[in-house]
Design a protein around this ligand. Structure first.
Ligand SMILES: [Zn+2]
Ligand SMILES: [Zn+2]
Length: 344
């Protein structure tokens, strides 16, 4: 089979690899119909997340079950399925609490040996462990490029809002309008937010957030803090989502939240820097951080997409072939694409 591997920072290529085979009862083999390129793949592309040369990358996928082990009960050969970006065991302490994203034996697709040594989805075939928990049926009539959002990007945007405990009638601000931020905008509106401020410096992203029903605010050409204060009677918003994942945006999120409000940090905080914890304490804020628990949300997210309350379709800006993957990563790296889907 053909698979996309990372060779060195800035270099991905398509390689011929042996077809994977099922070796455990809870595994399924999937013929990939479409896979996505994600922001976290860019960290691998640049070498910020080290992955062994020759390792297959990618963790967003839709495909058809080609074979299934004896213990796989929830999907069958021939089913069209989508995957979550990681696996979970269902029996460890974290899983029993429903914290699948903290599973003690969880594996993340396409992130090298440090994150579970599980080969990735930008390939023709994919071996899926823990298939009962990792895979879901694609609802009738849903396109592959829409369904693949449920197990990662939309699941993460949804988590940012759900984890914040947002309630109908709340006001929300979302910092950073990449795919996850735009999905968080949709999730806030679907959850009954009365006003969503969408903050970024890229015009097209602001325009898309406005189309979804948010109030766009340009990060540098407008004064987001002043605008948010003015629109909320000087109070600030109930919930702020930081979809960037840096100390700077987190500091801004703290300043935009109302007293006793919630800041939900969904971006991956890699860098170091100053965060005004004193202000967060003084305001009595709740901080909710961490990787998204997509397995816990995936069924709800699929139902919301099916009902038309969430719609990731406008986020797909490019459709490319697996063989064009080098070009695809360069395009994505130049921020000229929101979501690129690859077909074998
Ligand atoms: Zn992803
Ligand atoms: Zn577990």
């Amino acid at each position: 089979m053909r698979a996309v591997t990372v060779q060195a920072p800035g270099e991905v290529r398509v390689e011929e690899k042996p077809d994977p085979e099922i070796s455990a009862g809870d595994e399924a083999l999937v013929r990939v119909e479409e896979s996505g390129i994600c922001g976290s793949d860019l960290h691998i592309f640049h070498g910020r997340v080290p992955v062994e040369p020759g390792f297959t990358i990618g963790h967003e996928f839709v495909g058809t079950v080609l074979a299934a082990g004896a213990d796989v009960e929830r999907v069958a050969v021939g089913d069209r399925v989508l995957g979550c970006f990681h696996t979970a065991c269902a029996t460890c302490v974290s899983c029993l609490r429903g914290d699948y994203h903290r599973c003690q034996s969880g594996q993340t697709f396409g992130h090298g040996s440090k994150l579970g040594d599980l080969q990735g989805a930008q390939a023709e075939l994919l071996l899926v462990p823990r298939a009962n928990l990792t895979l879901r049926l694609v609802p009738e009539g849903m396109s592959a490029e829409v369904a693949l959002f449920a197990g990662d990007v939309m699941g993460t945007g949804y988590h940012a809002i759900a984890h914040a405990g947002m309630r109908p009638g709340d006001t929300v601000a979302v910092l950073g309008l990449g795919p996850v931020g735009l999905c968080a905008v949709q999730a806030a509106l679907a959850g009954g937010a009365v006003k969503v401020f969408a903050i970024d410096s890229v015009e097209q992203r602001l325009a898309m957030a406005a189309e979804f029903g948010a109030t766009p605010l340009h990060l540098t050409e407008e004064e987001p803090k002043r605008a948010v204060r003015a629109a909320t009677g000087g109070l600030g918003v109930d919930v702020v989502v930081d979809a960037v994942g840096d100390p700077g945006p987190l500091a801004m999120a703290i300043s935009l939240a109302r007293d006793a409000g919630t800041v939900s940090g969904i971006g991956a905080y890699a860098g170091k820097g100053e965060v005004p914890l004193g202000l967060a304490w003084l305001k009595g804020l709740s901080l909710r951080l961490g990787l998204a628990n997509v397995i816990a949300h995936v069924d709800r997210v699929l139902a919301l997409i099916e009902a038309g309350k969430l719609d990731p379709a406008p986020l797909v800006t490019h459709r490319m072939k697996l063989d064009q993957v080098a070009e695809a990563y360069e395009l994505y790296d130049r921020r000229e694409a929101l979501k690129i889907v690859l077909t074998p």
